[in-house]
Design a binder for this molecule. Structure first.
Ligand SMILES: Cc1cc2nc3c(=O)[nH]c(=O)nc-3n(C[C@H](O)[C@H](O)[C@H](O)COP(=O)(O)OP(=O)(O)OC[C@H]3O[C@@H](n4cnc5c(N)ncnc54)[C@H](O)[C@@H]3O)c2cc1C
Length: 332
């Protein structure tokens, strides 16, 4: 695995600049991501960056993945956001020793199948929203997953449900059934990424579809260090706003914010992540101010980027990131 795969990053940058960005306003309004755009990502082999070579993937290093996520998010956040969900199931299928490796590993690595995730509810305080109940060696899931992006675009959802102090991770077919219903959310930004709330009613999950069982504590520790990757979304949107603005002090701030995020320890990550979120909002707001009144017309990239910057304040937000966002946004 190369630390930085420049060819792959260059491929993502070209795709973002030449195809995704010119179509981003259209995609924003389309109500779903046109399948041609997801096909372009597949043809560019970008669905494979999260998977090992032996499954047909490209085994990109974390740094390469971050740069690719940033480039694609700066092209069209909606398309990139649907695609980025693929990371979770791709890694789960590659790492499990159970039957899900065979079932999904290669299909996800090649982009023949697309995946999403339903796990952020684990961060919610209070009683778990999605519970797993043992049924012999199998499981029954009941409750809700409040945000699942890509519904209608994806084939499988890596889903996390709580059982006592454990988390049960399972690959669930992304389709409705008598025991699994979806309600699409109507969103002020990235609406075309089709985010749905899923409701499970004693949904049968065979043991074979379980990729891992771990304690909540071990996941929570791991999740803290995983926050770097989703910082690439606001970096990408900020970078695009900054580019459209032209020469400005934001250029240096972007480089500093990225370096801060890259070098942060898990304790430092929430602040580093919030600095990027705040920079994203400020740079998109500056672009709106620079463009002037027409920035509010639906044909303008500025209003889209500003709405996306607001969305990125809450996407992947944890309690610690939220505190830091509020601190930065309320101080002069
Ligand atoms: C459009 C959209 C798409 C998304 N897509 C996905 C997806 O595909 N898959 C996925 O898994 N997630 C997804 N998410 C979830 C996302 O990653 C974040 O988890 C979510 O936005 C965070 O929301 P929240 O800030 O309301 O916090 P939540 O975790 O939902 O918590 C609700 C509230 O509880 C309070 N709270 C949280 N933690 C604590 C605590 N420790 N102590 C006290 N109070 C606390 C806070 O006030 C918080 O705002 C999506 C979110 C959005 C908005």
């Amino acid at each position: 695995m190369k630390e930085i795969n420049s060819d792959l990053i260059e491929r993502a940058v070209s795709l973002a600049d030449e195809h995704l960005f010119p179509k981003a306003l259209e995609t924003d309004r389309a109500g779903k991501v046109p399948s041609q755009q997801l096909d372009l990502l597949r043809e560019s082999e970008l669905y494979g960056i999260f998977s090992p070579v032996e499954l047909g993937g490209l085994d990109a290093s974390p740094k390469t993945q971050w740069a690719i996520i940033e480039a694609l998010s700066g092209g069209c956040l909606t398309t990139s956001f649907v695609w980025a969900q693929h990371a979770g199931p791709s890694k789960a299928a590659a790492e499990t020793t159970g039957p899900m490796r065979e079932r999904w590993g290669r299909a996800l690595a090649t982009g023949e199948a697309r995946g999403g995730v339903a796990f952020a509810h684990l961060n919610r305080p209070g009683a778990p929203t999605l519970l797993a109940e043992p049924d012999g060696d199998n499981w029954l899931l009941s409750g809700s997953a409040p945000f699942v992006t890509g519904w209608g675009h994806i084939d499988v959802v890596l889903t996390a449900a709580r059982y006592e102090d454990l988390i049960i991770w399972a690959m669930i077919d992304a389709r409705e059934s008598e025991s699994l219903s979806s309600k699409r959310l109507s969103l002020a930004a990235v609406d075309s990424a089709t985010t749905a709330e899923l409701t499970f009613t004693r949904h049968y999950v065979p043991e074979a579809t379980v990729t891992a069982i771990e304690t909540f504590e071990s996941w929570a520790e791991r999740y803290k260090t995983g926050l770097r990757a989703n910082g690439s979304n606001p970096l990408g949107v900020a970078a695009r706003s900054i580019r459209l603005l032209g020469s400005s002090p934001f250029e240096e701030q972007l480089v500093e914010a990225r370096e801060h995020l890259d070098s942060a320890t898990s304790e430092e990550l929430p602040l580093a992540r919030a600095v990027v979120g705040e920079l994203c909002v400020r740079s998109a707001a500056a672009l709106v101010a620079q463009v002037g009144g027409s920035a509010m017309t639906i044909e303008q990239q500025a209003q889209r980027l500003a709405r996306e910057a607001l969305f990125l304040l809450v996407q992947g937000q944890t309690m610690q990131i939220k505190k830091n966002h509020l601190q930065l946004l309320t101080s002069k």
